[in-house]
Design a protein around this ligand. Structure first.
Ligand code: IMP
Length: 428
């Protein structure tokens, strides 16, 4: 039963879209299991560049069934805009399946996401403002609206009414906004119902049957390990489970079906939004990483915070997720340096540790301890095997591999689909 997870090892934007796309033609199902349109995958195919936010990147591979799992929160307007955008460029989206249990993002949650951030002031999370957090809160509070509710207007109306008794209190009394009517919300959701209906399925059943047939199911994680609501740098995290355990609950497949856990790690690190980031650079090097790596958000356009590769983070991701393979991306960006620092541990209030600090305070106080590796100063974008890499680039990859807790099975050396060194087959 080959179920393969692809997830981010750091704070997101590691290039997961490229990795899933690399496996694309050999998988039968690609499942998005968490998050919503807060994600942003960029996939480059030939001359075409696709920026996806909500749809799984497998949608670009003919023959693959893309699935939006129960663990996802869906902004229906965004879903159909993204489908229309792809269809207008000749991409067939007719195979898409959407879980009846996935939650939808009503507009009041987008409003709340933004006003809550504004009211948090200096304690803000730096969310994408897409309504993700409030919608997952509703799910846990048991006042969420699910895809299936759109097909029973009476139930939908009851649920919206229930949610609005809480939401309107918040909006009006806490945040000084106008109250929202049940009709407004019901209308806004029902507009999409008929178009959505043929895509809706019991996706856990579909995937269970697929695994029983030995079809290959690829589970595509949104966000990343350190943005996971349980295992990330809480509270500066997203509101879903972005780790391998979340793949099982968010898709409805058993943990025993996972055969491979592939973590994507950038050859350096970036982060968007607020929160601790030990190796963050505030100098020319940070600016250079941002420019050379095109480190601006796919979803919000925000400049990403940039820093050096952090080994304790990679090892943590390997342990929490049971990583079997790393894919190291954007190695080519580092070609511009004579000497490359790699964080091998931290100094936390005078004590040296090689693990992530247990507490938030410890993480905020962590000062990176660096080892310095020689750069290679050569264009590596044409490399297609490890042997094509300059010796210092090979040494950099080996250094990371020895300490990160799992083998590096592929290396990204440029933005295009072809610019990848495959060291080991990711599906065998
Ligand atoms: P939210 O997911 O919009 O609630 O935002 C919570 C945090 O997760 C913020 O710091 C966001 O910038 C971050 N975040 C959410 N989605 C992504 C992503 O796809 N890549 C990187 N950061 C993300």
């Amino acid at each position: 039963m080959p179920a393969v997870v692809v997830l981010g090892a750091q704070w997101g934007d590691e290039g997961k879209g490229k990795a899933t796309d690399l496996l694309g033609s050999r998988v039968d199902y690609v499942v998005k299991f968490n998050g919503g349109n807060n994600a942003g995958h960029t996939v480059v195919i030939g001359e075409e560049k696709y920026a996806l936010h909500l749809l799984p990147s497998g949608i670009l591979t003919p023959g693959v069934v893309p699935v939006i799992g129960n663990g996802v929160v869906i902004d229906l307007g965004v879903l159909f805009a993204e489908i229309d955008g792809l269809e207008s460029r000749g991409v067939d989206t007719s195979q898409l399946l959407v879980s009846a249990n996935a939650h939808v993002i009503p507009s009041y949650n987008r409003t709340l996401d933004k006003v809550i951030e504004r009211f948090l002031g200096s304690r803000r999370i730096g969310t994408t403002g897409r309504g993700i957090g409030p919608t997952y809160s509703d799910k846990m509070n048991r006042v969420g609206i699910r895809v299936q509710d759109l097909f029973d207007e009476k139930i939908l109306r009851q649920k919206v009414e229930g949610a609005l008794t809480q939401k309107n209190h918040l909006l009006v009394k806490a945040y000084n906004r106008r109250a929202i009517t049940v009709d407004e919300v019901v209308d806004e959701l029902l507009v999409h119902a008929e178009r959505l209906r043929p895509m809706v399925a019991d996706t856990a059943l579909v995937l269970g049957d697929a695994l029983a047939r030995d079809d290959v199911v690829l589970l595509e994680g949104g966000q990343a390990t350190l943005l996971d609501v349980d295992h990330g740098t809480y509270p500066f995290v997203t509101s879903s489970s972005a780790t391998a355990g979340g793949a099982c609950t968010g898709a409805g497949i058993p943990p025993t079906s996972l055969t491979r856990v592939i973590a994507i790690a950038k050859a350096y690190i970036t982060r968007v939004g607020e929160g601790p980031f030990p190796t963050e650079l505030f100098d020319e090097d940070g600016e250079r990483l941002r420019t050379l790596g095109h480190e601006f958000g796919t979803t919000t356009g925000r400049p990403r915070r940039c820093g050096w590769y952090d080994i304790p983070i990679a090892r943590y991701a390997a342990r929490i997720n049971g990583v079997t393979d790393f894919v190291l991306t954007k190695l080519d960006v580092l070609s511009a340096w004579d000497r490359i620092p790699v964080c091998v541990g931290y100094d936390v209030d005078g004590e040296r540790t090689d693990e992530l600090p247990m507490t938030q305070t410890g993480f905020h106080h962590a000062v990176p301890v660096y080892e310095y590796l020689p750069g290679w100063r050569e264009d590596i974008t044409g490399a297609r095997s490890v042997a094509d890499l300059p010796a210092n680039a090979r040494a950099y990859v080996e250094f990371l591999e020895e300490r990160s807790g799992a083998p590096i099975s592929a290396i990204g050396v440029g933005p295009s689909r072809e610019a990848t060194i495959v060291v080991r087959d990711l599906l065998d």
